[in-house]
Design a protein around this ligand. Structure first.
Ligand code: AMP
Ligand code: MG
Length: 351
């Protein structure tokens, strides 16, 4: 009996040790395998915030996903989107404006530009990627970036003249070539951040170690995969009348893109009147649609970004129709603080 007790005690002790070692090893394994990266950088003239949930293999010691993403965004700006840098595709396209042979486009930019032109058409020109000369005339971006000290309201005849050099319908894409008439310039400022989200998504899909991520490129946010604890992503919506606070948040499972356009992002105030950075191509003046911000929720960042700008210009009524045509959800906040949501947005939006 005594001996049995001693033996059984030994077994109990051995069993306990075994259970503890499994818990310990699993714990160690978890610690060395799961990793969260949080990073804030600036690229493409905006802030990039990344939270990435990784599951590393035993041999992987350092992960470069966050650095790779920043490089991807910098390359996108330098090689494709910038209208300033002579290394970019858009710069080349603008240089070749008027040339009969047009400019050859590489994938995926050819397809992306076709989508943008389609939204320009569907929005009846509320989104117009040839508006750059008018944007530059107002130069609100440069003033807000501190590149310019004095702000001067442009004269109406200057605005009319700049408007003559606009018109998305004058652009055509055929056989992977883009044709711009002389004097028309492409400016992808309204869609670049959402387009970056799409490129980041394609990169993340190839990374075995990435289990989930939430990445914001300026006003466009990508949610990817899942969090290790299985809880949903929460994306805050800025209160346009009190920008230090959110009016609520979206609860999202899996992969989504959220783009917001707002009159609080970049603006100048003159004699109590706010002049913001989103131009109505019909007038050449900052859009006066009584909207303070528009948030679009959808599966494709290029589309959500293009639509957030277009819906801001169109205002609540026509903006809602446009959002419905593209099968995305929308949340408008007007100048009085009133919120108007698509029916589907109610499933995601909470306070
Ligand atoms: P977002 O913040 O995405 O709405 O984009 C605004 C930026 O797009 C501005 O800073 C301008 O560079 C450019 N932009 C302004 N108005 C328009 C417009 N109606 N269509 C296309 N681009 C625009
Ligand atoms: Mg946009």
């Amino acid at each position: 009996m005594k001996r049995f007790l001693r033996d059984s005690n030994r077994w109990i002790v051995l069993c306990l040790l075994w259970i503890c070692s499994i818990l310990f090893l699993t714990g160690c394994g978890r610690k060395s395998k799961e990793q969260i990266i949080s990073k804030v950088d600036t690229a493409m003239g905006t802030i990039i915030q990344q939270t990435i949930y990784l599951n590393l293999t035993d041999s992987e010691e350092e992960n470069k996903t966050a650095e790779d993403i920043i490089q991807l965004v910098e390359r996108l700006e330098k090689q494709e989107l910038s209208w300033r840098l002579d290394t970019s595709m858009v710069y080349q396209i603008n240089q070749n404006a008027g040339a009969e042979e047009g400019t050859g486009l590489l994938e995926p930019l050819a397809l992306e530009l076709e989508q943008v032109l389609q939204i320009s058409e569907e929005s009846k020109g509320a989104l117009d990627v040839t508006i750059g000369d008018v944007v530059r005339l107002w130069d609100i971006d440069a003033y807000c970036a501190g590149e310019k000290q004095d702000f001067q309201l442009p004269a109406s005849d200057e605005i009319q003249k700049a408007l003559e050099g606009t018109g998305y319908e004058k652009i055509s894409i055929k056989d992977q070539k883009i044709f711009l008439p002389e004097g028309i310039h492409l400016d992808l400022g309204a869609v670049g951040k959402g387009l970056a989200c799409e490129r980041i998504k394609a990169y993340l899909e190839e990374q075995d170690s990435v289990k989930g991520a939430v990445i914001s490129v300026g006003g466009s946010i990508l949610t990817f995969g899942e969090k290790p604890d299985g809880t949903a992503w929460k994306v805050g919506i800025v209160n346009p009348h009190d920008t230090g606070n959110d009016i609520g948040y979206l609860t999202l499972n899996g992969q989504w893109c959220v783009s917001t356009s707002g009159d609080y992002e970049r603006y100048v105030e003159v004699d109590g009147k706010r002049y913001h950075h989103i131009i109505d191509p019909a007038t050449g003046y900052p859009a006066d649609s009584k909207v303070s911000s528009v948030t679009i929720l959808g599966k494709d960042g290029l589309i959500t970004d293009a639509l957030s700008t277009a819906c801001f210009v169109l205002g609540v009524e026509d903006g809602l129709k446009l959002a419905q045509r593209f099968g995305v959800e929308a949340l408008f906040i007007d100048q009085d603080g009133k919120q108007v949501l698509t029916e589907g947005m109610n499933h995601y939006f909470g306070i």
